[in-house]
Design a protein around this ligand. Sequence first.
Ligand SMILES: Nc1ncnc2c1ncn2[C@@H]1O[C@H](COP(=O)(O)OP(=O)(O)OP(=O)(O)O)[C@@H](O)[C@H]1O
Ligand SMILES: NCC(=O)N[C@@H]1O[C@H](COP(=O)([O-])[O-])[C@@H](O)[C@H]1O
Ligand SMILES: [Mg+2]
Length: 389
Amino acid sequence: MYYTEKILLLGSGELGKEVIIEAQRLGVETIAVDRYADAPAMQVAHRSYVIDMLDPAEVRRVIEAEQPDLIVPEIEAIATAELVKLEEEGYRVIPTATAARLTMDREGIRRLAAETLGLPTAKYRFAASFEEFVTATEAIGFPCVIKPIMSSSGKGQSVCRSAEDRERCWKVAMEGGRVQATKVIVEEFISFDSEITLLTVRSTNGTLFCAPIGHLQQDGDYIESWQPHTMTEEQLEQAKQIAATITEALGGFGLFGVELFLSKDQVYFSEVSPRPHDTGLVTLVTQNLSEFALHVRAILGLPIPEITLLSPGASRPLKAKQAMDHYRIEGVADALATSNTQLRIFRKPLATAGRRLAVALSTADTVEQARELARQAWEQLRLVADEHE
Ligand SMILES: Nc1ncnc2c1ncn2[C@@H]1O[C@H](COP(=O)(O)OP(=O)(O)OP(=O)(O)O)[C@@H](O)[C@H]1O
Ligand SMILES: NCC(=O)N[C@@H]1O[C@H](COP(=O)([O-])[O-])[C@@H](O)[C@H]1O
Ligand SMILES: [Mg+2]
């Protein structure tokens, strides 16, 4: 039955903006919350709040004031322990408060995947001090990948290549997460052939999969994605099996982005977002229902009769190279002169180094052609510091 009237998004970036647009298309009242004003989703929501989302009292205050039917986490860095309490008091958290809590913390989700569910992952250790970190790198060996346990989009992540490199990597992790870091994961470096996101939807229809999305990452953040990604039937079966297992364990309704590494004889689980995934922006142009439309249908308990890939496609994000208080994006008309290409410009108020500010989306008869079109469009875009605003 369809009766939800109000959703509250915790996190209001470019992914949340598309979720809000889809929710509004179904007549839902939308509230956007984030740590800064004029965040992308706030620009389209009915109302918005700026709070410290890591402060449990502030999260509770906004939720009690708004009494939403659904609380929809959009980012990892939220006071998720408070969401667990709110859920116990009767609020509904998407997909579940426990899923939000486990996935905000690399330790929670990795232990669930590897130790409880027995899924194949890179070897790993956790370290809460430099001394523990030294021991962990000795156990895992070099090269290894270091990440703060609470971070996303590659923040605070580095590859440690030798014992001499350890101090640098420790410093990057301590300073670079979304939250002051206290602990890191040290992971075996997997020399994978390719990596994918398998978007997996838990809905009233059961569990459904989108066609696999291939992507390239630089400094832990995505720089290109495409759909479908070519893989063997066996790899796809293994990928679906892993995705079904982890999403079943997390439970609830919604779309999940299951990140997997593919090598010749193994599919590795890497991590999972219990929400739309950045690499899945490509579905805005490739599918009958985008990942955002699918998330909204699933969380509202609405049916999803089928997910159809309408065309191969690709996405290429525009990322800032340096911080700029005021900026503008030039070359939009030239980019849009590319055939079968669209842009999404997020209108984030500030640029910081590495921040994603827009994305080019293209379709074509083949993935290769779509990647080429997205690249052409993206090459036309220029970020310019704007002194006069
Ligand atoms: N153990 C590993 N071996 C090899 N490469 C890795 C490993 N862990 C991470 N990477 C690379 O770094 C990328 C980002 O890692 P991860 O997804 O863990 O970071 P993240 O900060 O959560 O990023 P996002 O929030 O964008 O998903 C991966 O997609 C992969 O390309
Ligand atoms: N990999 C996760 C991801 O892409 N999340 C997206 O980025 C936003 C934060 O961006 P910001 O750091 O530029 O504010 C989040 O709000 C979400 O939309
Ligand atoms: Mg990731």
